[in-house]
Design a protein around this ligand. Structure first.
Ligand SMILES: NC(=O)c1ccc[n+]([C@@H]2O[C@H](COP(=O)([O-])OP(=O)(O)OC[C@H]3O[C@@H](n4cnc5c(N)ncnc54)[C@H](OP(=O)(O)O)[C@@H]3O)[C@@H](O)[C@H]2O)c1
Length: 304
């Protein structure tokens, strides 16, 4: 085994030009950590947002990128139970590590064993995007037949949210651009075109209003759609806490059991994460640019 790993980092806060593939020693797991050979890693909007400093600029530089991965355990740190060398796993990198790498460390408490039925590619989309979809569709509990409106239904989180809603027999309405019409409908949702006049188009298919609005876009798009909720409290956002709270709704609250739950849902074939594009680690810049464009369909992954 090579003693080093290629790792994508950002060298300072800024645009894509600060991303760099560097060679680092393979990290040894500390307490509560597991080392993995990365098989696949999902790309998320948070990757470029963190690089641009949306979440502050306190990370030591260079800062490794990538927040969700699947792989094979190569070493186990102290105080870790339930994982052994050779296990297939999926999870979230330990603080200070990233998943856009050949080898990395995962936080064992935010990792689970990968079921055989789930591919490494699909598994790599679950710690961030999949878990977020699970939380977004359960934060406000609906009953069968109630109406769930998803703003941003063609992206990684939105597509899985729509499928989860369908499993529960909710009346799912997915808002997206015209190019995603078929994709949104294939997830079991009623397609509504995004953009000016969107609230009227939602009301045309759900005159009684929405029992929950899940926002995955934020800003003006959220302001435009929020009024379709039966009550402002029924709006939740994964992408714009300030605006949703101003409107009387709430931000998404992450829960510890979501990763295990969404992994089970995918294992039983109830949800397909829909990996649309795959890139090598050498082409990580293109993978990130694809998501940074703001209009990706399904999930983009990197396979180091
Ligand atoms: N809080 C958390 O823990 C957490 C976790 C994961 C994700 N997130 C956030 O959730 C959001 C979605 O994440 P994601 O991974 O699903 O992103 P993604 O895969 O990049 O998808 C974003 C989707 O938004 C759609 N969109 C853009 N502008 C729109 C508009 N005006 N109206 C309707 N749709 C629009 C895009 O498609 P169109 O072509 O249809 O416009 C695209 O499909 C991001 O803001 C992300 O940062 C938060």
């Amino acid at each position: 085994m090579s003693e080093t790993t290629q790792t994508l980092v950002f060298t300072e806060y800024g645009g894509p030009e600060v991303q760099k593939l560097i060679e680092q020693p393979i990290p040894e797991p500390g307490s509560g950590q597991i080392a993995i050979a990365v098989k696949a890693t999902g790309v998320n909007p948070a990757d470029w947002k963190r690089r641009e400093g949306w979440f502050g600029n306190a990370h030591p530089l260079p800062s490794p990128m990538g927040m969700e991965a699947s792989g094979i355990v190569t070493a186990v740190g102290d105080d870790v139970s339930g994982f052994a060398v050779g296990d297939a796993v999926l999870g979230t990198p330990a603080i200070g590590y990233g998943s856009f790498a050949q080898h990395t460390l995962l936080n064992a408490a935010q990792s689970v064993l990968k079921p055989e039925e789930v591919s490494f590619a699909d598994a790599a989309t679950l710690p961030v995007a999949g878990a977020t979809a699970y939380i977004a569709t359960h934060q406000i509990e609906l009953e069968a037949g109630q109406t769930m409106v998803i703003l941003g239904a063609g992206g990684g989180v939105g597509n899985m949210s729509a499928q989860i809603g369908k499993v529960h027999k909710f009346n799912v309405i997915g808002i997206a651009s015209e190019s995603k019409r078929e994709f949104v409908e294939s997830a079991g949702a009623t397609f509504v075109l995004s953009g000016e006049g969107v609230a009227d188009r939602v009301r045309a298919v759900a005159p009684e209003g929405a029992d929950v609005v899940i926002d995955l876009v934020g800003g003006q798009a959220l302001r435009d759609v929020a009024p379709v909720a039966k009550d402002p409290k029924l709006v939740i956002s994964a992408s714009d806490a300030a605006t949703v709270e101003e409107l009387g709704g709430s931000a998404l609250v992450r829960t510890a059991d979501a990763l295990e739950k969404i992994t089970g849902v995918v294992e039983y074939g109830l949800v397909d994460p829909h990996v649309e594009k795959r890139f090598s680690l050498e082409r990580a810049d293109e993978a990130i640019a694809e998501v940074e464009g703001g209009h990706s369909l399904g999930k983009v992954i990197i396979e180091p």
